[in-house]
Ligand binder design. Structure first.
Ligand SMILES: *Cc1c(COP(=O)(O)O)cnc(C)c1O
Length: 430
């Protein structure tokens, strides 16, 4: 399978090159050259298939013959070594819980798949890849855990000092081995700027730097798996299906649309956002006008210019009419989000963290247009990861899950840096 750059369709690379490069040299995101529907028989018998079998059938065309079948199956087995329960919250409303992995955020799926693909590509080379990633919290932990101990890959994570939660910081800084945390004296945007500079720095070319956020196809594409898992559970209702994704960089929802392209019968997608409403505004007035991000209580979605939106436009050939038929996007304030968290908890006993609650709100809004449909929203993180919001809003005390407990008493190790020069020196010395 070849991938082309969305900045220039003539720039084509293999799956392996796209994974190793992350972003194309012309700064475009990679996109698969062909998308082939999966035969109907797969959907007819999906109830009989395991998660690994579903994942294999859906990803194989994107990998092609670049990873042999037994190795790809092993990668999928390791990627999907935890559950994806679909929990009934209300009549016709389900929560697809994506937080049962090692760092309790959905990003575990993409991070684990990508790390193992890179390890396969490095299997008999001395060459090393360096994964460089800036994080405002969740991404770093999932990448650190997903890449821990993976052969031929060094991981360097930049995070803003004092701006991530205690749990998030421990998930980044306590693993050791091939994971190094750089604690930046600055804000997230400073970390992001340093990473971008490093990618463009000719003196660092020899380090084979790559990124590990959802611009990388090996992080983005496996996110389509769980839409198929949800379908497997919901098929028996024999109703139209609506999904709402709490969206930041729009990687998840973009993967859901890819699942639909493969034949998954989802009727409608809702991109639910917090106050960072670039896409809801675009759907209202047809003008794409990004703006600097605004801080909210659902901070993993504080994105002013969602990077995967260009991929969604590509899937609809930039046809706004066709796009609007399948897709809505709604924005919700922090007040509305807290109110929803309280209502869900009081009425049903379910604890939704802020990102999931935004997803719930968008789903409820869309179900007014589809009164006979069944809907699900993605619950993208465990409530414990946002306990500073969840505990006071719901007036509850959360139990610490074992995945989190295991990092709480480990010692933090980080390297403090102040400037791009510090980062460059660090990369050249290590
Ligand atoms: C990253 C993240 C999101 C946003 O996902 P996108 O695929 O970037 O839209 C939502 N919720 C949580 C908890 C996240 O960590």
């Amino acid at each position: 399978m070849k991938y082309y750059s969305l900045n220039n369709k003539d720039n084509k690379v293999s799956f392996q090159e796209a994974v190793i490069q992350g972003l194309a040299p012309d700064k475009g995101l990679y996109f698969p050259e062909t998308i082939t529907q999966i035969p109907q028989a797969f959907f007819d018998e999906i109830e009989q298939l395991s998660n690994e079998e579903i994942a294999f059938e859906t990803i194989k065309q994107f990998v092609g013959n670049e990873i042999p079948e037994p190795e790809l199956k092993q990668i999928l087995k390791e990627t999907l070594s935890f559950d994806f329960p679909l929990v009934k919250v209300e009549e016709n409303v389900f929560s697809l819980e994506l937080f049962h992995g090692p760092t309790m955020a959905f990003k575990d799926v993409g991070a684990r798949f990508m790390s193992r693909c890179l390890a396969y590509f490095n299997r008999d080379k001395d060459q090393k890849n360096t994964v460089l990633v800036a994080t405002s919290g969740d991404t770093g932990g999932a990448v650190a855990s997903g890449f821990l101990g993976v052969k031929g890959v060094e991981v360097i994570i930049l995070y803003p000092s004092g701006k991530v939660s205690d749990i998030q910081e421990r998930q980044l800084t306590t693993l050791g081995q091939n994971i190094t945390a750089l604690e930046v004296d600055g804000v997230f945007d400073d970390c992001q700027d340093m990473v971008k500079k490093a990618f463009l720095d000719d003196d660092l070319k020899y380090k084979n730097l790559t990124s590990a956020n959802s611009i990388n196809i090996a992080r983005w594409l496996p996110q389509m798996f769980y839409f198929f898992f949800a379908y497997k559970e919901l098929k028996k209702y024999n109703k139209q299906l609506i999904v709402s994704c709490p969206s930041g960089n729009f990687g998840n929802i973009c993967a859901g649309i890819m699942a639909k392209k493969l034949g998954l019968p989802l009727t409608h997608f809702v991109a639910s956002t917090n106050a960072n409403d670039t896409v809801p505004r675009f759907l209202e007035n047809g003008i794409y006008n990004s703006k600097p991000s605004i801080a909210t209580i659902s901070n993993a979605m504080d994105v002013g210019n969602p990077s995967n939106f260009v991929r969604i436009q590509e899937m609809y050939n930039n046809d706004l009419k066709a796009f609007e038929k399948d897709f809505s996007s709604y924005t919700f304030s922090d007040e509305e989000t807290k109110f929803a968290m309280k209502n869900i908890h009081v009425n049903t006993g379910y604890i939704a963290e802020p990102h999931g609650a935004v997803g719930y709100l968008g789903l409820k809004k869309e179900l007014l247009n589809y009164p006979n449909a069944v809907g699900f929203f993605l619950e993208t993180a465990h409530p414990i990861k946002f306990l500073d919001v969840v505990e006071p809003v719901l007036n509850v005390k959360l139990e610490i899950p074992k995945q989190i407990e295991s990092v709480l008493n480990k010692e933090k190790v980080s390297v403090k840096i102040k400037s791009y020069e510090d980062l460059r020196n660090f990369l050249q010395k290590n």
